[in-house]
Design a protein around this ligand. Sequence first.
Ligand SMILES: [Fe+2]
Ligand SMILES: [Fe+2]
Length: 274
Amino acid sequence: MSDRVESTGTAFTPSANSDNDDSVLEQLGTDLRIGKTEDAAETAAALPRTEPSLTLDVVRADPEVQAYIRQANKNLGVLGFTEHGFRHVNLVANIARNVLRLLDYDARQQELAAIAGYLHDIGNVISRHGHASTGALLAHSILNRLGMAPEDVAIVLGAIGSHGDDGARLGEPVHPVSAALILADKSDVHRSRVRNTDPSTFDQHDRVNYAATSSFLRVAPEAKTITLELTIDTSIAPVMQYFEIFLPRMLMSRHAAELLGCEFHITINEVVVL
Ligand SMILES: [Fe+2]
Ligand SMILES: [Fe+2]
């Protein structure tokens, strides 16, 4: 939770030259120097920025972004994956934003979560393998071109790069924005994601997704809990199958919730299972 300080911390404004540790320390040293006068001028520019440098609306309207999301989804369809298109990324953007809004993060971090959510799967346009890392690199050039501030780009890149579980290694949340993205992405389990229209040929992922008739990520700020509420048609897939397939997702979600200072729970058909 140390990053919560970022929205309320003492004045520290990176200058154009402060992109390395030395200059950062230098500035901190200057701010903290003994003898700093009480009445030192405070300007708006010296306060931590809480507004986003780019909005999701601008990202969403970009033709390159649109083309990559569309083609990435087509590619995954050829490989037999569930839907990863505009439905999925819009939903993930909304949920990621809401997670941080409900936990009282500032407007900047909410917007960064929404943008990371919208862009998180574009790496699939290159390959499913390593799509989190390749997606971050694609986002890097897109967000720079759209004029996002480097410190905001940096956070989005970390979030996208840490959302996957490629190579049998779980992605780990590295920032509240990254945690919100993981929680939003992993909670999208739903019948509408299944492209295969023939249940007799469903693989396990199809079956579990198809069995999920509703999924809702409930954030309870007071109780400090984040709960994935699932309704599963157990005549299609037994609850056990959900756990078999989604264990890595559940672990990632738990780590993400912990980074946000919350406990993670799952209910299936209104029964608490985690
Ligand atoms: Fe992904
Ligand atoms: Fe995703």
